[in-house]
Design a protein around this ligand. Sequence first.
Ligand SMILES: Cc1cc2nc3c(=O)[nH]c(=O)nc-3n(C[C@H](O)[C@H](O)[C@H](O)COP(=O)(O)OP(=O)(O)OC[C@H]3O[C@@H](n4cnc5c(N)ncnc54)[C@H](O)[C@@H]3O)c2cc1C
Length: 580
Amino acid sequence: MSLDQIVDGLSEVSCDVLVIGGGTAGPMAALKAKLKNPKANVVLLEKANVKRSGAISMGMDGLNNAVIPGYATPEQYTKEITIANDGIVDQKAVYKYAQNCYKIIEELDSFGIRFLKNENGDYAVKKVHHIGTYVLPMPNGETVKKALYRQLRRARILISNRYMATRLLKSSDGRIAGAISVNTRTAEILVIKAKAVILCMGAAGRLGLPTSGYMFGTYENAANSGDGYAMAYHAGAALANLECYQINPLIKDYNGPACAYVAGPFGAFTANNEGSRFIECDYWSGQMMLEFYNELLSGKGPVFLQLKHLHPDTISEIESTLHKVERPTRGLFQQGRGVDYRNDSIEMHISEIGFCSGHSASGVFVDDNARTTVPGLYAAGDMASVPHNYMLGAFTNGSVAGIDAMEFADNHDFAEFDAADVAMERDRVLAPTRREDGIPPNQVEYKTRRLVNDYLQPPKVTRKYELGMRRLAETREDMQEHMIARNAHELLRALEVQSIMDCADMAVHASLYREESRWGLYHWRTDFPEKDNENWFCHTLLSKQNGKMTSEKRAVEPYVVPIADDEKDLYDKQRIRASA
Ligand SMILES: Cc1cc2nc3c(=O)[nH]c(=O)nc-3n(C[C@H](O)[C@H](O)[C@H](O)COP(=O)(O)OP(=O)(O)OC[C@H]3O[C@@H](n4cnc5c(N)ncnc54)[C@H](O)[C@@H]3O)c2cc1C
């Protein structure tokens, strides 16, 4: 049989809890579910290979949001994230994370993942955020995935690598019943019946096109094509604040983090072309990105990460993390460009858009138990709506989801789904394989993502969005009628581009719905340039109702941690003001 040849096959298995996505949140969710009920069957389904998949596949430089006793309190953290997110936060979930994440750090430590400690053996936390101190470096963070994988093997979690989930199954009363997936090497269909399902499929990281022009040169793990967002949408789950995009300050043409979180505590900073600081704080937020954008347009760009003023030994120490842990290709890239941090600054730019709650707030709506609006369906990590929750949030909320989902599974039997739904999905999945000739998926994807850049990249202009919507609809028609997949690998790409298209449509819909500007650059609408707290101090929830994309407002839950009036706009004051 030739490589990736399409095989006709359909099989069905069942489990108590199905976790989809084996990157960061997924392994932790699977582990906690299994530990909660060791007799139950837990399946971890992954599009790639759990050993090296997801945002942390190569490792991670540090924890961006560790709430460590002695450095910070859950109340301080909850306040910081509320302000960073312009107040649109259901604090209960953030507060619960802040209360639980320290236990998870200790647990990760016990798995063999090492965090920076001082001479007394205490965690050595650094300040990067605007107000508090939450960054915990991981000098040998390249061990994360291996350590996690060992735990999965020990707990005998059933791992299904190379299966891409495509749609969720529900019963007629709306409860979750399982998922449909396709083997990425053979195109065989696997139906998994499950009492509870946890979605951990990461950010929608292939929405816009990187300025380098490389389709897979994304900041996010390139396998994260927004399948989780699309699947939740088609299952009728609500998605929150999708107009609050992810846009990152990245290394120009490399699209990796620069990374002020690592270098900042050593004295590096973001500077303009004159070598001056222009932002108060390097912590990523929409407000910070707006100042970054303004600086680029002001004639004082490009913007750089500046560290050449530091002692050469300090620079070597920074390099030992930045060039070895999270993105080992970075050193090679800089070398190729002839950039030596001792003499040169690192040119940065603004990334394309994406959805990611890990860095902003756009995600499948979840409560503080990681429950979505579909009974039995959970979400955690970058695709769930808990804002700014990064890697430790993925672990902590993955843990919450795993425990709650197993409780759900223990108290429910399998829900029945309609066999016609499987047949319909099989037809949809395989449609591109049944055409003799047509457009390959990479061309449809390139066009879709170019349209996203042309029309959707902020500042958001209503007229551009309306045009973008039309162009995307035309491309969707081409995709549905003419896209071909000549082998199983191309089929994977064809399915991914359908998720990307769904995410692009959701981005348009959500952005046009919120008629104000908020979250700095993330949702800057030129036709509604002001923040309008009177009408828009609320979440927006997008969902599929009677087959149509619909948006509605949802009130922000009463705060657990009060925010004083003079604190509310602290993140709006990012620009350094000249003092007399
Ligand atoms: C370059 C980079 C640097 C970062 N640096 C830091 C840092 O220093 N500190 C920090 O705290 N955070 C950092 N983060 C954020 C952190 O890594 C993420 O918030 C976190 O890892 C997200 O976890 P997740 O489980 O949601 O997604 P992921 O870990 O990305 O996992 C998603 C998984 O789902 C799988 N998947 C996707 N679609 C399907 C499908 N259809 N079927 C089956 N499987 C599927 C993917 O293959 C992947 O394995 C960084 C992120 C990036 C991208």
